[in-house]
Design a protein around this ligand. Structure first.
Ligand code: ZN
Ligand code: ZN
Length: 259
């Protein structure tokens, strides 16, 4: 009863006050219009590497031996170059010009849009798992941000993504298991200001909650954007070194690389 009241009120609200699609800026009734959603799905269905989410057609591929999250034995050139420790990446959309504004908005205070996109990611990921007969991961971990970024931004966008993934997939998430190693040298500059070689070092992370046991767990990392994958890879290595069985990623967007 209360739920239907909320739903009807929402519909009424949308019918009176038009929304503007966050993708194309045209009037619509939700955060994204139908055309933009179709576009998102088209990107999702296109041929991307299941390990790092780069486009296979740009990158070629090699063989991969065994993988918990995916059963296919395909590895792209980016995977060969970076030798990722994580073994899958599920992306909601491609981080192209059309959706640059979405990522900018989620990093700069539009939490409603962030939650909406996280919901889309979670539902798409859930369908992907069930369509491919892949088991659910055991635990979701949000990628931490530095204290400085947290102070400036006021929130960690990955934590919202982890919370919503946890709710929709019905598996637990653990915040504050990890933190950025603040003694590492490159945290003073934001990722996009670094050149590719500097960025490829990524941030360093430490386990901050040593009492939490991750031994034998299949872990899903939640983040907003994957670029070279080195940040997620550094975390995956740390988790594997501490006994995790496997690590995969769920991200809102992938910036395509030409390797
Ligand atoms: Zn649109
Ligand atoms: Zn790959």
């Amino acid at each position: 009863m209360f739920k239907s009241f909320i739903k009807n009120s929402k519909n009424l609200y949308f019918s009176i006050i038009p929304f503007y699609c966050a993708g194309c800026k045209k009037k619509c009734v939700d955060y994204l219009c139908k055309n933009c959603l179709i576009y998102l799905n088209a990107v999702k269905l296109s041929s991307t590497c299941k390990v790092c989410a780069n486009h296979l057609e740009n990158l070629g591929y090699a063989e991969l031996e065994n993988n918990y999250f995916i059963n296919t034995k395909v590895l792209c050139n980016a995977c060969v170059e970076y030798n990722y420790v994580f073994n899958s990446t599920f992306e909601l959309f491609e981080h192209d010009i059309k959706f640059k504004t979405l990522i900018y908005a989620v990093k700069h205070g539009n939490i409603s849009l962030l939650k909406y996109l996280a919901g889309l990611l979670a539902n798409n990921y859930k369908s992907f798992l069930s369509e491919n007969n892949i088991s659910m991961p055991d635990l979701i971990i949000p990628v931490p941000i530095s204290n400085k970024k947290l102070y400036i931004r006021g929130y960690n966008q990955s934590l919202y993504i982890a919370e919503i993934l946890s709710k929709i997939l019905n598996i637990p998430y653990k915040n504050n298991l990890l933190s950025v190693n603040h003694s590492s040298h490159n945290i003073l500059r934001t990722q996009h200001l670094l050149n590719r070689n500097q960025r490829s070092l990524g941030l360093e992370y430490i386990i901050s909650d040593k009492n939490f046991d991750i031994k034998g767990l299949n872990i899903l990392l939640a983040d907003d954007v994957i670029t070279t994958g080195t940040t997620l890879n550094n975390i995956a290595q740390l988790l594997i070194d501490n006994g995790a069985s496997s690590v995969g990623n769920a991200v809102l967007a992938r910036t395509q690389m030409n390797v």
